[in-house]
Design a protein around this ligand. Structure first.
Ligand code: ADP
Ligand code: ADP
Length: 217
């Protein structure tokens, strides 16, 4: 069935910039989609609207059958927490806390049980077991992104949206992140939409959505 459905989605920013000019799009559960297009084409705006992190000027977004643009802020926050994870180019880790604590704190805020065991399982899966006590500043970029992904996985999302997740990494680190995504897609059935302009990583996608100037090509 449908993971994401977007109908006539438009976004005009307060300064008049028309970032999205009527997007129509359906993504099925279990897809591994790339969102590609030049800088400024609207990738980030589209992902934020699908995640419910911003409100559209016009149009509708259904996520797992629920229309999210008409949801109250509290319901949307609750729905997002249960279903949607977002991974950014910059990792936004808590710098004063260890790798393990970064995962545990998110789990505690979400009221998840057995958080420490769960965090350690995820860090093992991400091959970060020897970094649990490190602070983010002691890690490489690829390792920091893996911690950010681990934090996203604590909430067992059904959909993972990523905005230029390898934009700050070299190709080898980027490949490793994409292999990890692919594995999560295949093993856990998580639906992915990943914005990137790195054409060397596009071979991983099962489908590519191309944006230009706020429209799908
Ligand atoms: P991409 O992710 O493909 O680089 P964005 O969605 O970030 O594209 O941007 C699409 C367009 O919207 C660009 O022209 C960008 O400058 C503009 N834009 C993005 N965010 C804002 C904002 N908060 N205010 C005004 N314009 C914005
Ligand atoms: P990766 O395993 O993600 O490819 P790198 O090859 O960049 O990581 O790093 C190799 C090793 O150097 C890793 O064990 C990493 O923890 C360590 N390292 C990288 N950057 C730093 C840093 N700024 N401070 C301390 N250790 C670092």
């Amino acid at each position: 069935s449908e993971a994401i459905k977007v109908v006539n989605l438009k976004k005009v920013y307060p300064d008049g910039t028309k970032a999205l000019k009527g997007i129509n799009l359906t993504i099925k559960e279990g897809e591994f989609c790339g969102l590609m297009g030049p800088s400024g084409s609207g990738k980030s705006s589209l992902l934020h609207l699908i995640a419910g992190l911003d409100r559209p000027t016009e149009g509708n977004v259904w996520v797992l059958g629920r229309e999210i643009t008409s949801m109250e802020e509290d319901d949307l926050a609750e729905f997002r927490k249960k279903n949607i994870a977002f991974v950014f180019q910059f990792y936004y880790l808590l710098e004063d806390f260890s790798v393990l604590e970064n995962l545990v704190i998110i789990g505690q805020m979400a009221g998840i049980r057995d958080v420490k065991r769960k965090a350690l399982d995820i860090l093992n899966f991400l091959r970060l077991e020897d970094k649990v006590k490190h602070k983010p500043s002691q890690l490489s970029g690829g390792q920091m992104q893996r911690v950010a992904i681990g934090r996203a996985l604590m909430l067992e999302p059904k959909i993972l949206l990523a905005d230029e997740p390898t934009g700050n990494l070299d190709l080898e680190e980027g490949m490793r992140i994409f292999e990890l995504f692919k594995h999560l897609n295949q093993e856990k059935g998580i639906t992915f939409v990943v914005a990137t302009h790195n054409t060397e990583l596009s071979k991983f996608f099962s489908r590519i959505i191309r944006l230009r100037d706020g429209m799908i090509l």
